[in-house]
Every structure is written in C-alpha cells, then in structure tokens.
Design a protein around this ligand. Structure first.
Ligand code: ATP
Ligand code: SF4
Ligand code: MG
Length: 345
C-alpha cells in the first residue's frame, strides 16, 4: 500500500485529507467561468468506527457538499477521501471503480432529508426497500422479501405493510421506510443529511432514538449533518463546526457545548433555545453582524473576521490554521487560548 493510502489507526473508518470542492461560477455572454464557489476548503476529518460525528453550521457553509463528497467521487473535488472497507482494505473514494465501487455503494449509504420527496409514490414498500437488495446484493424472490420484512420490523413498522404505498403513512413512518431502505443492504457508514429536519418536533425524538438504537444493534458509524445544534447535541459523540467551507472547531460534544473555543461556535450555541424557562433570561443571544460572506470571494485572513466580535488586526491578515488547543480539541482561531467564551451550561 502506498504511503498516501495510509489511514493510521484500525478504528478509522473514513479519512479526508485536504478535501476541497470548488464549483465554477459562470456569468455573462458565453457563460464564462468568472470564479469558483469554495464550498469545501481543505477539510481533514477522521471518523471512527461506531461513532457519531456531527457536522453543523449555517445554511450554505458546505455541509451537504462535504457529505456528498464522502458518498461518491465527484469531479469538483481535490484532495483525498479514504475508506476502510469491511474486509480491511483501504479504498480511495476519488478513484473508485468496478468491484470496489459496488462495495462502497453497499457499505456507505445516505439517509435523505425529506421522506416525501425521496420515496417514489408509485412503488410499494417492498419495491422501495427491495431495490437495494436487488441491485446491490443480487437478491430476489422470498429471500429479498424476508430481508425487507425483517428490516421493516427493525425500524418499527409491520412486515404486513410491505404491499402498501408511501401515501398510506405519516411523515415519521415514511422516514422509517427511508431509513429501512438505507440500512437494508447492511452499510457500515451512514451519512444522514438533515435526516429529521423535515419532521414535526414530536416525531423528531422518536426517529433520533430509532437511529441510535439501530446504531447499537447494527454497529453503524454515522456522519450526522444538521443546522440544528440541539439535535446534534443529543446524538453525537463529536461535533465539527463548519464556516465558509472550513472546519473551524472540532471536539467532543459535551466539551463543545459546555465551553466552545471558537467565537462562531459560541454564537451558534447562544442561538439554541433554552428549555428551562427559569434560566431563559440568563444567557445572551449573540447576533452575528452582517451576512455570511460570498463563498466565491471569502474574506482574507480569518474567514470569520467580518462577523467576529473578538477580531483583532492579526485576524484581518493572517488565516488561523485548525490546531489542537487541548487533547481532542481542534480550533481555528488565533485567540482560542485567551478568549473566555460562553457555553450552554
Ligand atoms: N452543484 C452546485 N453548483 C454550484 N454551487 C453549489 C452546488 N452545490 C452547492 N453549491 C454552493 O456551495 C455552497 C455550499 O452549499 P451546501 O449545500 O453544501 O451547504 P449546506 O451547508 O448543506 O447548506 P444547507 O444548510 O442550506 O443545506 C453554497 O454556496 C452553495 O450555493
Ligand atoms: S481568529 Fe480572530 S476573527 Fe477569527 S475567530 Fe478568532 S478572534 Fe475571531
Ligand atoms: Mg445542506
């Protein structure tokens, strides 16, 4: 195995190295390329077996683009995405083909956001859940039906529902069907992009509990993407915070919420509603100045400096690298050691 395919520790399931994704911006006559949207910039992520890694940040910060670059090779991406398959081999996701691509499609799968849009209304649950079994595992007949029925039971629906169509089910039930389809071929790594965002609050916690139970039962690893910090807090072991395509903070969930180290994380946490009404007045909501800058023309220096209330002269000219400020805590801020930022506690 060449050196650049080295993933280190056996526990590592997925590793991105200096992953960037840039989309061309076309304008004017002849649709000339006038610039690039830097959707993902130099991301280094390591996901460990059976963990849930959260990915948070405002709309447009690059979460979906990062998640989709993990799921499949894409032309706009540079850098590396490495995956350790069930049989212990390291696959380079950017160069997948043939048998390796088939393995990857089976082992790394996605839960979609909107169960209304992602389920074909003309197909029965058997056809919906059976499709990956047919396409990825080559199953058919009673074997396929038994596997689909078993999966339906695992997600809390009755196997007797296999002949019904999606419209017969509620939003929460449809998301269970969608999860069944994702998990039925036996993936190891699951990317969930806003998997509960389209659901009513009352149904949300049931689906989150289901995802957690399935993780334990099936030994799954999750990359869990959400703009909602309270959702991430309850599910994730570690959280990565994104801003303008970059990871600006990464740490264990409890430490991150109790004591954020990056001013952007502090602002995001301050916007999470406090459940206890007696403590509601005690926390300051930090309103970020201005809009998110244009990702095709990000600010020089620290990309967050145009909105950061702690910015200094150094921040305007010098970009802070993502660095370890305490064991397991990565922060991209020049002043991480000096700032006393407010957490959720
Ligand atoms: N196919 C594409 N072509 C051009 N630009 C794109 C494409 N996909 C995403 N972008 C741009 O890349 C940036 C990141 O988008 P992305 O969808 O990854 O953000 P996100 O964090 O998932 O946002 P949201 O929370 O709204 O889902 C945005 O500026 C978006 O407009
Ligand atoms: S480096 Fe400066 S501008 Fe960037 S987050 Fe830290 S204090 Fe704010
Ligand atoms: Mg998205």
């Amino acid at each position: 195995m060449p050196d650049d395919m080295e993933m280190g520790d056996e526990r590592t399931v997925l590793l991105t190295r200096d992953l960037s994704v840039r989309f061309p911006v076309r304008r004017g006559p002849g649709s000339r390329v006038t610039g690039h949207v830097r959707a993902v910039e130099g991301v280094n992520l390591r996901i460990e077996r059976r963990e849930t890694l959260g990915l948070v940040g405002e709309s447009g910060c690059g979460k979906t683009t990062l998640g989709s670059s993990v799921l499949r090779p894409r032309d706009e991406a540079t850098g590396q995405v490495l995956y350790r398959s069930a049989d212990g081999r390291v696959l380079d996701v950017t160069a997948l083909r043939g048998e390796d691509l088939a393995t990857y499609r089976r082992e790394v799968r996605m839960v979609f956001q909107d169960p209304h849009a992602s389920l074909n209304p003309r197909l029965t649950l058997l056809e919906i859940i059976g499709e990956p079994l047919r396409v990825l595992l080559g199953l058919s007949g009673t074997e396929l039906e038994d596997r689909a029925a078993e999966m339906l039971r695992r997600v809390g629906l009755r196997p007797g529902h296999l002949r019904r169509y999606p419209h017969a089910f509620s939003g929460g039930e449809r998301q269970r069907v969608s999860i069944a389809r994702t998990l039925v071929p036996g993936p190891r790594l699951v990317v969930a992009d806003e998997a509960v965002s389209a659901l009513d609050v009352s149904v949300r916690s049931q689906i989150l509990n289901l995802l957690q139970d399935l993780q334990d039962e099936l030994g799954l690893t999750y990359l869990f993407i959400s703009h909602d910090l309270s959702v991430v807090q309850h599910l994730c072991d570690r959280v990565a915070v994104m801003y303008l395509g970059r990871i600006v903070e990464l740490s264990g969930t409890d430490e991150l919420y109790a004591r954020p180290r990056h001013p952007y994380t502090e602002a995001l946490i301050s916007a999470v509603p406090v459940p206890d009404p007696r403590r509601r007045g005690s926390r300051e909501r930090i309103r970020l100045a201005g809009d998110v800058p244009d990702p095709a023309d990000p600010p020089a220096g620290c990309p967050f400096h145009t909105r950061c209330r702690y910015a200094t002269e150094r921040c305007v000219t010098e970009e802070p690298p993502l660095r370890e400020v305490a064991p397991g805590r990565l922060v991209a801020c020049h002043h991480a050691e000096d700032l006393r930022l407010a957490g959720a506690g």
